[in-house]
Ligand binder design. Structure first.
Ligand code: AMP
Length: 392
């Protein structure tokens, strides 16, 4: 059975096509600058990369081009082979705690929660509508980024603010990257050889979040009402004192929106290093003795370690710490720095294993009190698996 996962952004569209019974990736594609002049795509199939420039003024055209090329490139012989489509949907509010078949009600809720994710939900809606127009009889499933975190209890998800902000304005912690945290949490019983576990999952990419997970259920997570909260990231500040927003606005003449834009797009690695939002560039600076790059990496490590310590206490211990996503899977020096700071919890490091990148591997030493592993994430497969479960 062939299942496609689709991730529609405001000016992009990604797809992955799986043979779901064997969990094999058949083809994947990334369509960029959709809605903007100069659009193009890359499709990976059969070990080849196909690049083409083609104007895609809206998501409907992007989906038409995608389906057309699936046939022209021989990836499928007929569109009937695509038996279901799973969509990455960002915000399901506090209503969706798992993936669902997409109905009119789900579409209305996506609109409703667009206030909470103004950059993402409208793009997701465009993606769903475009696929629906091209494949009207194919069942579609929505996989929410927020769903996995819905098991948090109110002491974790409530902010200590006027209660009406929650009841009237939906202000609470939602958490994001749920598909990745969920995928990793499903790998842990296999790694540990037991179903009961306490885990701290570190999704460290250009965006980043940690989650505290007990027996597959999310207890707490670092992102909050929006993805700005939690650890320091590529361009996001993570947690700061909210008073800074009005202070900087009053001192610079910027609006609150402009300051928020700085916190989302000009902070984190980029803001502290002044060099790049990409860890690799910042690490190069650090190795060359650049003080701000060194500060950026030390601060990053501190924010991750602070949350690991918090979740260790919140969970009452931990069987496993998992690193995943671009930085977590590849940035060996960061993993080492984090693990060294966890020595007080009995964590030891297997230096040789820690030099491996992008593969599932145990990187703690044999005497470590907590197992530490790298586990590559696979959000696209998770979306396809959830889709299969709901449509099979
Ligand atoms: P993601 O958002 O999951 O794609 O992760 C992006 C982050 O991962 C960036 O900060 C990259 O610098 C980092 N990253 C990706 N590949 C590597 C690598 N081979 N070594 C170190 N960091 C990497």
């Amino acid at each position: 059975m062939k299942i496609m996962s689709v991730n529609a952004g405001s000016s992009s569209l990604k797809f992955s096509l799986f043979d779901i019974e064997t969990e094999t990736l058949i083809a994947s594609g990334y369509f960029e600058k959709v809605t903007i002049p100069g659009s193009f795509f890359n499709i990976k199939f059969n070990g080849e990369k196909i690049y083409e420039e083609v104007e895609m003024p809206n998501h409907t055209v992007a989906v038409e081009v995608m389906l057309d090329r699936l046939i022209k490139l021989g990836i499928v012989s007929s569109l009937d082979e695509i038996e279901a489509v799973g969509h990455r949907l960002v915000h399901g509010g506090d209503k969706y705690n798992k993936s669902v078949i997409i109905t009119d009600e789900v579409m209305a809720d996506l609109e409703k929660y667009a206030d909470l994710a103004p950059l993402h939900n409208p793009a997701n809606i465009l993606g769903v509508n475009a696929v629906k127009a091209a494949l009207p009889n194919v069942p579609m499933v929505g996989v929410f980024d927020t769903a996995f975190h819905q098991t948090m209890d109110e002491t974790s998800f409530m902010y200590p603010v006027p209660y009406e902000w929650y009841t009237d304005l939906m202000v609470r912690k939602y958490g994001f990257h749920g598909t990745s945290h969920c995928y990793i949490s499903k790998q842990i019983p296999r790694i540990l050889g037991k179903e009961d576990y306490k885990a701290i999952i570190c999704h460290l990419g250009s965006g980043g979040s940690l989650s505290a997970v007990e027996n597959g259920k999310c207890i707490d997570t670092t992102m909050g009402f929006t993805p700005l909260a939690g650890i320091m990231m590529g361009t996001r500040s993570g947690d700061i004192d909210p008073s800074i927003v009005t202070y900087v606005a009053s001192k610079t003449g910027k609006s609150a929106d402009e300051v928020m834009n700085d916190l989302n797009k000009k902070s984190g690695f980029l803001g502290l290093s002044g060099k790049s939002n990409d860890f690799r560039d910042v690490n190069e600076g650090r190795l060359a003795g650049d003080e701000r790059c060194t500060l950026a990496i030390n601060k990053y490590v501190k924010t991750v370690v602070d949350y690991i310590a918090q979740y260790y206490v919140e969970l009452g211990g931990a069987d496993i710490i998992v690193f995943t996503a671009g930085l977590g899977e590849n940035a060996c020096p960061v993993r080492k720095m984090i693990m060294e700071k966890l020595a007080c919890l009995g964590v030891t490091i297997n230096e040789e294993a820690n030099e491996v990148r992008g593969e599932e591997i145990e990187i703690s030493g044999p005497d470590s009190k907590i197992k530490v592993c790298v586990v590559p994430t696979n959000e696209e497969l998770m979306i396809a698996q959830d889709t299969y479960e709901l449509v099979k």
